[in-house]
Design a protein around this ligand. Sequence first.
Ligand SMILES: C[S@@+](CC[C@H](N)C(=O)[O-])C[C@H]1O[C@@H](n2cnc3c(N)ncnc32)[C@H](O)[C@@H]1O
Length: 254
Amino acid sequence: MRAGTTWSEYLTSFHSDRAGITEDVLAAATAGGVTPYEWLCEPLREVSSLVLDIACGSGPMRRPLGDVDWVGIDMSANELGRAALGGTGPLVQADAARLPIATAAVGAAVCSMALMLVEPFDAVLSEVARVLAPGGVFVATIPVERPLRMSDRLRYLRLFAALRVARLDYPNRAELTDPRERLARHGLVVVSDERRRFSYAIADSAAAETLVRSLYLPGVADDRVDTGVRVARRWRCDIGLPLRRIICRRATPA
Ligand SMILES: C[S@@+](CC[C@H](N)C(=O)[O-])C[C@H]1O[C@@H](n2cnc3c(N)ncnc32)[C@H](O)[C@@H]1O
């Protein structure tokens, strides 16, 4: 992050310049033949009501959700533009902390790879709980540091050394270490919390560059990122992407 740049400014510029890059990586990653987006949808097979996709980005959740009513919300015009180009909709440009959705209007909400960065965290959780009908489901995926194989760890060590970062960091990292109590305060009861290693094939230079450029690296100078890309371009392998899926149910008022 350049001096004087906030996370919010960094995010805005990242998604304006690289709309759809998260989808480019995750739609190409699998674990047991399932992509992270399909994994996120699994708990929603029985849902027939409206599904709200919070921080939907380029809209990769739309297709795996199948034949349900869906609405995607994101604050980035360019991400929504890429979703619209792919024929995905309806889409609304809005802040997750101020959802333009009526109270208890949705039976399910999803949030792929954004809960770790949406701010203010409590305002977003409060909005998720407000728009969910009692008994409704909220499913989120976030990036984590395990499970990884030893070979993955060694590659990430090399990459992070080239980037001169100790790890990838996010505004809500501490809050998500053990989020049960925080979620419960908002009436969201955790019913499942799992991790899975997805495999991303670095088959060519383009795949390597996409992976490195998809990482949030605030404060890392452009030439360092270029060095990281050069390191990853030497790899011809699968690399692990460890993800965590948290499933919550909206408590029913007593
Ligand atoms: C890593 S991307 C994930 C996009 C998509 N869900 C996916 O998995 O491919 C994070 C997304 O969060 C969006 N975002 C971040 N903060 C937000 C907020 N407060 N309200 C709405 N969208 C937000 C960004 O614009 C970006 O599209």
